[in-house]
Design a protein around this ligand. Structure first.
Ligand code: FES
Ligand code: FES
Length: 158
């Protein structure tokens, strides 16, 4: 039986082994390459996506976990007219990435944070990013980008 779920707002069904790691289903079957495979051990955050609005590690989640659930990835973050999410706009504006390997996971984590708490303080932002590694050392710019995204959202919620 195919595994059925919602992917970035659209119905999706995949006829694969339910034990297939979600990161492999995304990257190899669906050609969605935003989420990255890093450690494979829930230690780096490069693979983070949202399942039912909550951050989840696509490296350890299994495709079968998705049955009937709502999956969001970085590819679905722009609005229906291709306009980027405030987090994406702020990351570009403030150059908050270098190689970009960590960026999709971090942005999805931050999306969940801002959806729950539109005006988090700096401690909450740092806490949310605690499990995300950035080998390029972009964290200072990432923090500034989050604060910029919060400001953008105040005047322009997509
Ligand atoms: S690849 Fe999933 S947390 Fe590192
Ligand atoms: S921008 Fe390179 S790992 Fe974060």
């Amino acid at each position: 039986m195919p595994i059925s779920f919602t992917l970035n707002g659209l119905s999706q069904a995949l006829d694969l082994d339910s034990e297939t790691p979600l990161i492999h289903a995304l990257r190899n079957e669906l050609q969605l390459h935003g989420a990255k495979l890093g450690c494979g051990l829930e230690q780096c955050g490069a693979c983070v996506v949202l399942i039912d609005g909550e951050p989840a590690f696509a490296c350890t989640a299994r495709l079968g976990d998705l049955e009937g659930r709502r999956l969001e990835t970085i590819e679905g973050l722009a609005d229906g007219h291709g306009r980027l999410h405030p987090l994406q706009r702020a990351f570009i504006e403030l150059n908050a990435m270098q190689c970009g390997y960590c960026s999709a996971g971090i942005i999805m984590r931050l999306k969940a944070l801002l959806d729950d708490e539109p005006h988090p303080d700096r401690a909450s932002i740092i806490g949310a990013l605690d499990g995300h590694l950035c080998r390029c050392g972009a964290h200072p710019r990432i923090l500034k980008a989050v604060e910029r995204a919060i400001a953008i959202r105040q005047v322009d919620v997509p």
